[in-house]
Design a binder for this molecule. Structure first.
Ligand SMILES: [Zn+2]
Length: 254
């Protein structure tokens, strides 16, 4: 248990998850404090947060991200944990405190707009943050294998992928090549936007896509039990290109 009474995240590993973690260790080894070389801890500078200072709850993880977003909005970036010491510290092990699923849009890089460092986040980016089995499995990796406490589904203002999908479905057209797979994944959000009939249907569809995706992840058979017992939160959030601000749409831990 840590000082706040929360179980160490490693303790959340159970047999099946541990096997999965071991199988995937080559690409995403998640071993917490016990595996951190003491000499590297000593060498870490003030800009590199020691593992014990890293968020262990969804509430603390979201607070950390929103603090970083405020710095981004204010133009007061700290660029934490991006030095060679940090690189060494996490070279053998990692323990990200959050998962961010966002759009591929070049203006929405999670590490920048949350002002995070190396080893802080698992980041997945697809057009309009659309999901399918591979993406969902990747989102689940951290929470299921090492107790990552927070998932953020991050959509954004003026999303080109949503707009193209909206227009294609509205006009009964098909997008070229594999782009149509994105439109297919966004069909439920399109249907909801049509029902809501807002003044800006693309923005309405974007917000629907965020909420629907977060809801699906929050209640699926793998993540639902973690949410139910309070060890995981799945937050839907919207990023403004104009202001740089992240707006929480739902799912924030209490
Ligand atoms: Zn986008």
């Amino acid at each position: 248990m840590d000082a706040a009474g929360h179980p160490r995240r490693r303790a959340l590993l159970t047999g099946g998850f541990a096997v999965a973690a071991a199988a995937l260790a080559g690409c995403a080894k998640s071993t917490p404090k016990a595996g951190t070389p003491a000499d590297l801890k000593v060498k870490a500078k003030a800009t590199t947060a020691p593992p014990d200072e890293r968020p262990t709850t969804a509430k603390a993880a979201l607070a950390r991200l929103m603090e970083g977003n405020k710095r981004w909005v204010d133009g007061n970036l700290h660029h934490p944990d991006r030095d060679p010491d940090r690189r060494q510290l996490v070279a053998q092990t990692q323990e990200p405190y959050g998962v961010v699923l966002s759009c591929i849009d070049s203006r929405v890089p999670p590490e920048l707009l949350f002002d995070t460092g190396l080893g802080d986040l698992y980041v997945l980016r697809t057009g309009a943050q659309a999901v399918g089995p591979v993406v969902t499995g990747s989102v689940e990796y951290g929470p299921m294998t090492s107790g990552t406490p927070l998932i953020v589904v991050l959509g954004h203002q003026r999303c080109g992928a949503v707009e193209a999908s909206y227009k294609a479905m509205r006009d009964g057209a098909t997008l070229p090549g594999n782009l149509q797979a994105i439109a297919d994944a966004l069909r439920p959000a399109y249907d909801q936007a049509v029902r809501l009939d807002g003044s800006d249907p693309v923005d309405t569809m974007t917000r629907a896509q965020i909420r629907l995706t977060a809801n699906d992840l929050r209640s699926n058979k793998d993540l639902g039990p973690l949410v139910k017992k309070g060890s995981l939160a799945v937050v839907g959030a919207y990023y403004s290109l104009d202001t740089g601000r992240v707006e929480i749409l739902g799912g924030a831990p209490s």
